[in-house]
Design a protein around this ligand. Structure first.
Ligand SMILES: Cc1cc2nc3c(=O)[nH]c(=O)nc-3n(C[C@H](O)[C@H](O)[C@H](O)COP(=O)(O)OP(=O)(O)OC[C@H]3O[C@@H](n4cnc5c(N)ncnc54)[C@H](O)[C@@H]3O)c2cc1C
Length: 418
């Protein structure tokens, strides 16, 4: 009997690629015509951009491995730069090109905008995590963890809190210190390449989903776009997907808020999840406008990070401003938010002209809120031959591309070993 995957986000496609690579024909059903789910291409003012600016890091090993497997060369499609955290005029941390662990120590010790006491405190914090094998037991919030380590205020404001919100999409006062510790283990605590920033130079559908779909087709499978599945039933020893089937095994790779309508029995697995938004405003300026760096932090602004899409993907003059998690920005009308972001860009770009066009995309349920001790479902369900894949499935990572890909690979390996 055939295999099926429902949902062609990064998790579903990772599962399908892994199955196809093992010689199994797999059919993928995706509701949208665009592949990639929450990390997909979107048209902005006639230009191909994304539903939200994404960052990958060198620690995304499974994502990079699968990109290579499907013929999407990460060295060409991603711009790799050493870790650089910059809030102009306030703080700059960049990882020197030194072997691990000197790159992390060097980044903290040579950070600009912290005094020596604060630098030592940051190093002590990392050393403490390393000594405890990056375990935070019992899990607490990042704020409680920083309080417990008597972390100085500037270090929180420019390092740990922005890192937490960027990686976990959850404010420090609600975020899991354990999950942040996992992220630090695999990035700053890993080898030098692991902490590199990887900024997409193509849209997020072209980065992996489209090459993955081609790979699946070349290996005897198929990706059906515009096919929203409405019914999934177990009958006669297999699964019926709408009027197709039977399928021996199915990977359900939809976002958690779409689970219940397809398999009501799974609803309690995710009923306790809460969601955090991510807002991306794209401001298009004349092509001569550029940022001093491809990625800049905004201190105490409406925006948190600015990305120069001219430097990244040749879209000269297009600036993406990202705001993660809940906050005061959600109460503002779009025009007011966009005017505020324009003023923040003007702080770092002298003589900034008015934008030629502005568009904001708010993803209201961008990720689950990554709170301490969150109970996450495992890939293998109690239903025969039904597997879950997605960024929310049990794992070390917060809701990220790498978390999604790892879960897809995990579900596929479960099927292959079953
Ligand atoms: C704006 C934004 C910014 C982000 N920034 C980052 C970042 O910088 N770095 C990072 O690593 N991560 C980031 N993330 C998180 C990352 O995008 C997600 O964790 C990841 O894409 C989730 O993938 P997934 O496959 O688990 O789920 P999804 O992408 O949600 O995929 C589920 C798929 O299932 C489909 N589907 C649903 N119901 C059905 C149905 N009934 N029939 C058929 N198909 C169905 C959907 O259309 C969708 O394509 C960001 C997310 C957002 C929204």
């Amino acid at each position: 009997m055939k295999l099926a995957v429902i949902g062609a986000g990064y998790a579903g496609l990772a599962a399908a690629v892994e199955l196809a690579a093992a010689g199994r024909a797999v059919e993928v059903f995706e509701a949208s015509r665009v592949l990639g789910g929450r990390a997909r291409a979107a048209e902005i003012d006639g230009v191909k951009a994304d539903n939200g600016q994404h960052i990958l890091v060198g620690a995304y090993r499974e994502t990079l491995r699968l990109m290579r497997a499907v013929g999407a060369n990460p060295d060409e499609l991603l711009r790799r730069t050493p870790l650089r955290f910059e809030f102009p005029g306030e703080f700059l941390m960049s990882a020197p090109r030194l072997p691990a662990p000197l790159h992390a120590a060097g980044a903290l010790l040579f950070a600009r905008g912290l005094d020596w006491r604060e630098k030592w405190a940051a190093l002590r914090l990392m050393r403490g995590l390393q000594a405890g094998s990056f375990r935070v037991e019992p899990d607490i919030t990042v704020t409680q963890w920083l309080d417990g380590n008597r972390t100085p205020p500037r270090q929180r404001r420019f390092l740990w809190e922005p890192l937490c919100i960027a990686a976990l999409n959850t404010p420090a006062e609600r975020a899991s210190a354990q999950v942040l510790a996992h992220v630090l283990r695999d990035s700053l605590g890993g080898n030098r390449e692991a902490s590199d920033l990887l900024l997409p130079q193509v849209d997020l559908s072209a980065l992996f989903p489209e090459p993955a779909a081609n790979f699946i087709a070349r290996h005897g499978g198929a990706v059906h776009r515009g096919r929203r599945i409405t019914s999934l039933r177990h009958a006669g020893g297999g699964w019926q997907i709408d009027d197709g089937g039977p399928f021996a095994q199915v990977v359900l790779a939809v976002a958690p808020y779409h689970l219940a309508s397809l398999v009501p029995a799974l609803a309690p697995e995710v009923a306790h999840f809460e969601w955090e938004p991510i807002v991306t405003s794209y401001l298009r300026y004349p092509a001569t406008v550029r940022l001093a760096q491809p990625m800049l932090g905004v201190d105490a602004g409406l925006a948190q990070w600015l990305f120069d899409r001219g430097a990244l993907c040749g879209q000269a003059g297009l600036i993406a401003a990202v705001i993660s998690a809940r906050g005061r920005h959600l109460d503002l009308p779009a025009e007011e938010l966009e005017r505020g972001i324009h003023r923040e860009i003007a702080r770092v770009v002298p003589n900034l002209p008015a934008p030629l066009a502005v568009q904001t995309i708010a993803e209201k349920r961008a990720t689950f809120a990554c709170v301490p001790n969150l109970r996450r479902p495992v890939a293998r369900t109690a239903l025969p031959g039904l597997w879950l894949a997605g960024d929310y499935v049990a794992g070390d990572y917060p809701a990220t591309i790498e978390g999604a890909v790892k879960s897809g690979v995990g579900a596929a390996r479960g099927i292959l070993g079953a």
